[in-house]
Design a protein around this ligand. Structure first.
Ligand SMILES: *[C@@H]1O[C@H](CO)[C@@H](O)[C@H](O)[C@H]1NC(C)=O
Ligand SMILES: *[C@@H]1O[C@H](CO)[C@@H](O)[C@H](O)[C@H]1NC(C)=O
Ligand SMILES: *[C@@H]1O[C@H](CO)[C@@H](O)[C@H](O)[C@H]1NC(C)=O
Length: 346
């Protein structure tokens, strides 16, 4: 998972600018605008001042590039190919100037997770460090635009939290002496709701938290856990589903408890699962292998345009590598999600 939030982000920004445009000009929408309008409708006058993301490689647009880790997320097709690296800056990009931070910023780090052990195992940026960077970010935008405007921006940005896949797919094994499926999912849900509380404390108000995905069905999990037939790992999917069952009511409760907040559980599980089970219904041919390499185990750093084994037609694949969906798959997910959730976040 890597481009889901990027596309979400782009659509929100497009929507934001369209809104300003139509408010000022009061004109008819043109074809591009109408297409966006078909998926999301914000009430008049409502915009997000930026999009701020926390979590794992679903959202990482380059924060790992200065770290000593194999999990780098800086090459096409994860950012550049969509031209997105330019629009959603990675906070740790050394070339970043303070002005670049004003449409939002990405703190996420590929390989990270709710469980502090997840980031440690692969030496990437933990959520608690991402929170520290967020505090630093707030100071920086204060310097750039002044305290009042900075506070407005912090309050009116859309916050997206995307984690749990790495915890469930990787760290759960390392934790299996201490936790079973249910207790590990409970542990993750507690950490997730604590993280939401933390960013609220630091000023976030509109917060979308992504569900766990059917991580047992990504090609790598099929290869490792699925025996010869490469079936989905039921165990991993159960942890994911249990996490979702636990986190959803916790977020509802937080939304009621914390004044002025809009906290929304964004459920991706069923949509992606249905795509994997019925790829043809969505125009895909292949859902059990990734487009890149053998499609069985390669992830990220082995998958780039230099790899001679990248498939010819990625649009017939749901997965780009053995872990991350293709751009077309993301687009379908986001189209389904936006209309459903965006109204609850404004
Ligand atoms: C449609 O709207 C977009 C965004 O406001 C604008 O950039 C573009 O020029 C418009 N196209 C036409 C044909 O009016
Ligand atoms: C998991 O562990 C908890 C205690 O840590 C226990 O109450 C529960 O019964 C266990 N569940 C299973 C399915 O073993
Ligand atoms: C690629 O795959 C898609 C979906 O299966 C199909 O519609 C399209 O015709 C294919 N393109 C090529 C060049 O094979």
């Amino acid at each position: 998972m890597s481009r889901l939030v990027y596309i979400f982000y782009l659509l929100v920004l497009v929507e934001g600018s369209r809104k300003t445009f139509t408010l000022d000009q009061n004109t008819e929408t043109n074809a591009t605008e109408a297409k966006v309008e078909g998926t999301i409708k914000l009430p008049p006058g409502i915009t997000f001042s930026g999009v701020i993301t926390f979590g794992d490689s679903i959202v990482d647009s380059g924060n790992n590039n200065n770290l000593r880790t194999r999990l780098k997320c800086n090459f096409p097709p994860y950012a550049e190919r969509l031209g997105i690296a330019k629009t959603i800056p990675a906070y740790l990009n050394p070339k970043l100037k303070n002005e670049d931070l004003l449409k939002g910023v990405n703190f996420a780090s590929g390989g990270s997770g709710y469980d502090p052990l997840t980031a440690k195992l692969v030496r990437v940026i933990s959520l608690s460090d991402q929170l520290k960077y967020f505090q630093e970010y707030k100071e920086k935008i204060k310097v750039t635009v002044g305290e009042e405007k900075a506070n407005f921006m912090v309050k009116n940005s859309l916050y997206l939290v995307v984690a749990s896949s790495n915890d469930i797919a990787h760290t759960y094994m390392a934790r299996s002496l201490k936790y079973n499926r249910t207790s590990y999912a409970d542990y993750l849900a507690d950490l997730s709701s604590k993280f939401v509380r933390d960013i609220y404390k630091h000023g976030a108000r509109r917060i979308g938290v992504f569900s766990a995905v059917p991580v047992g069905c990504v090609p790598a999990a099929r290869t490792i856990h699925g025996r010869l037939k490469r079936k989905c790992s039921k165990k991993l999917n159960e942890v994911a589903l249990h996490f979702n069952t636990k986190i959803s009511p916790k977020l509802d409760a937080l939304g009621k408890e914390l004044p002025d907040s809009k906290i929304v559980f964004i459920d991706v599980y069923d949509t992606l699962n249905d795509m994997i089970e019925n790829p043809k219904n969505y125009g895909f041919e292949v859902s059990t292998r990734g487009c890149c390499g053998t499609g069985l185990l390669e992830v990220l750093f082995l998958c780039n345009k230099i790899n001679p084994f990248t498939c010819k037609n990625s649009s017939s694949y749901i997965f780009w590598d053995s872990y991350h969906p293709t751009e077309k798959a993301y687009q379908i997910i986001v189209d389904k999600l936006l209309g459903k959730y965006i109204m609850q976040l404004v």
